[in-house]
Ligand binder design. Sequence first.
Ligand SMILES: *Cc1c(COP(=O)(O)O)cnc(C)c1O
Length: 381
Amino acid sequence: MANRKLVMIPGPTPVVRSIQDQMGRETAAFGDPGFVRDFKELLADLKVLWRTEGEVFVVAGTGTLAMEMAIANTLKAGDNLLIVSHGYFGDRFIELTNRKGINVDVLQSEWGTIVPLDKIEAKLSEKKYHAVTVTHIDTATGVAAPIKEIGELVKKFEDTLYIVDGVCATAAEPEYVDEMNIDILFTGSQKAFGVAPGLLILWAGPRAMERRKSLGTIPEYYIDFDKWLPIMHDTSKYFATPAINLVWALKESLRLIKEEGLENRSARHRKNAAAMQAALESLGFKILAEKEHRAVTLSNVIYMDGVNDLEFRKIIQEEGVIVAGGLAAYAGKMFRLGHMGNIDTHDMVSTIAAIERTLYRIGQPVELGKGVGTLMRELLK
Ligand SMILES: *Cc1c(COP(=O)(O)O)cnc(C)c1O
């Protein structure tokens, strides 16, 4: 019998049955009283769990649309933006904001490392920046930014909004919007929430809402905070059709998160990541990110000598696991392995075992069971 295919890429992530069931429900009208109530409860939970007195938006779209929504509602042509980039997704803000005529300065780290805090502080002191963007976990490098510490230093610059791309971190890494001085945080449904792709979730604190007000009419229509705010305050209202079944699916994801506890969920991600990374290293792979800045949601795994990327990813697919390829300079040299959201021990053991079988089949020296043994010993700690 052919192996089932475990989707272990950095999004979409495995969708558990109870969430699938919500997507399979008969679609209701957007004015349906049951849906109106469910949507309202979802929004309330998102505010409480991410600890903000500000606003939250749940809109059909992906993480990239959320990036654009964050920028479009806080910056106008001619404003100054500092982009702190730890890889491909940090860099994505460059083109996005160039097109809008925003003046951009970029601090880039070498892949696998972070931009040091003192460099960010020195740059912010040079001139008035209207905002700074930081990618919490850059999916191209597996590097996690010190979001809390950066929030502390951005606090010193009164006119600067702090925009955090949480797409590969939110619901796995601790992110408390108001406490961490975050003005905008956003993610997509298909990463650590473990829902299918199709929803963006964006939190906007009071300072971001003030900034939106000061901009007047903005060129963007669908992603304008002002268009969606009446719906987020009264879910029986209409602006554009909500993704009904995905809203239900996200609500089920929130129910699972509340049952587990957000802090326990973060601790689980930390433990799983350490175990997966130890297992990968025991097999002879290297992890791109420096140890102290490693993501908990994915691993960016550099091949040992002699492994052909296309062959490795073809064979591992036959063995029942899908992984993603490396990006840019790391294309062909690395694979990316997601381990976030609602995955369990079976998923992780199967994944490491499939990696071992793949190494064996492509003729790499491998001691079968070594990675699995390391993984299980770490998980049992
Ligand atoms: C996946 C990802 C994005 C893009 O999200 P899409 O849903 O693919 O548009 C942006 N930023 C980060 C950090 C991501 O991991």
